[in-house]
Design a protein around this ligand. Structure first.
Ligand code: HGY
Ligand code: MN
Ligand code: MN
Length: 396
């Protein structure tokens, strides 16, 4: 069961961070794409790469009103084994079961593997589904750069995706009658409910901002404490402000998980520090208010240390409420499984603005995600495939 997870268990392991680092069009991602194509073709599915680098594996002729399922295979740096792959492997498994039972679909059906869902290489979450849906300006996307300064356009070119064609794909969107994504849960909801599977109700509003704090680079020994303009100290105070602002606002979440000091010498007072903020809340407005509070605190921290600070938005996704009708239909079909909100963003959340979309969550007994401890028991993974198969059978 779910042999697919075992087949890719060694792809993109990150010995330094632990877990997996699988980023768009780099070695591990390319290997996973080849694996997915091979697995899909073993099921007789026809695989095509769309203009944005997303892979579509069609069961039967592509057509409108298709039932599309799938997820992503890319990861965060040092991520877990289930975030993304569980949805892709479960889709392959469910369609394999339907085929083996002699089921003949009455509508087109496809598995969709999205590019760059984590935004780990180019900084924008759900980049592949945003491009597909027209939720990001194509020129802005083409100019996105990775940590080596390679643009999305250059990276696309290198793998045979024409950068000039990156952007909204109305024909592809028109084919989707409904998108259903299965995903490992990235929290403790199903642990607390004591259930293996849930239907998604909503996704927090969430965005990413780049905090840049500029001071005066200098000598660690020659510079007295009173004459320093140290951006590292200002950023440290700003990061404490991130935590304070979120703790003061119930239900909000704010994280700084990535920081870079320039020039980065042990005996050098930094000239500039860059830190990336991830902020989330139940509504768009609460998220914006949280970020404004954080920005205010960062400005104060900078001023108190003779530095200057800027906060620049890099990625934004508004709160998502999945269609109540679909939620009710699926929870009912699955025997009254619970509905569950999530703080994690998903491609299904991006597509929900354009096509009927829904999600299934599978219990993660550690409640930990975006870390090597992320886990799902085989019995719960099987329950997830059972649920996906049941819904696909009904939908098709
Ligand atoms: O960041 C997220 O919420 C998702 O895992 N991309
Ligand atoms: Mn993720
Ligand atoms: Mn994910």
């Amino acid at each position: 069961m779910l042999t697919g997870l075992a087949e890719i268990t060694d792809v993109g392991r990150d010995p330094r961070r632990g877990g997996y680092s699988r980023h768009l069009w780099q070695a591990a991602d390319l290997e996973l794409r080849s694996w997915f194509i091979e697995r899909a073709e073993r099921l007789g599915l026809d695989v095509e790469t769309d203009r944005n680098g997303n892979l579509w594996a069609w069961w039967g002729q592509p057509g409108t009103d298709a039932v599309v399922t799938g997820s992503h295979l890319d990861s965060v740096p040092g991520g877990g084994a289930y975030d993304g792959p569980l949805g892709v492997v479960s889709a392959l498994e469910a369609i394999g079961r339907l085929q083996a039972s002699g089921f003949v679909p009455s509508r087109p059906c496809a598995i969709l593997m999205f590019a760059e869902e984590e935004g780990s290489r180019f900084g924008v979450a759900c980049l592949g589904s945003r491009l597909l849906a027209g939720a990001i300006d194509a020129d802005q996307a083409r100019a996105l750069t990775d940590r080596d300064g390679v643009t999305l356009a250059e990276a696309a070119q290198k793998v045979g995706v024409d950068p000039a064609h990156l952007g909204v794909d109305r024909d592809a969107l028109a084919r989707i009658g409904l998108f259903l994504e299965l995903h490992v849960e990235q929290g403790r909801g199903l642990i607390d409910l004591g259930q293996p599977v849930a239907v998604a109700s909503s996704i927090l509003a969430h965005g990413r901002w780049r905090l840049s704090v500029t001071g005066q680079g200098n000598h660690a020994g020659g510079t007295t404490m009173s004459e320093r303009r140290d951006p590292m100290v200002a950023t440290a105070a700003a990061i404490v402000g991130v935590q304070t602002a979120a703790r003061n606002r119930p239900g909000t979440r704010a994280t700084i998980g990535r920081i870079e000091a320039m020039p980065g010498g042990t005996n050098v007072i930094a000239s500039r520090v860059t830190a990336w903020l991830d902020a989330r809340a139940e509504t768009d407005q609460e998220t914006r208010l949280l970020v404004a509070d954080i920005a205010e605190r960062a400005q104060q921290a900078a001023a108190q240390n003779g530095c200057s600070a800027t906060l620049t938005e890099e990625s934004w996704a508004g709160a998502v409420q999945f269609q109540p009708g679909l939620r009710a239909r699926f929870t009912q079909a699955l025997g009254q499984v619970p509905e569950l909100a999530t703080g994690a963003g998903h491609d299904a959340g991006v597509l929900a603005a354009q096509v009927p979309s829904a999600m299934l969550f599978v219990r993660n007994p550690t409640g930990i995600s975006h870390a090597p401890e992320e886990f799902a028991e085989m019995a719960d993974c099987v329950a997830g495939v059972d649920a996906l198969e049941l819904l696909l059978r009904e939908l098709l």
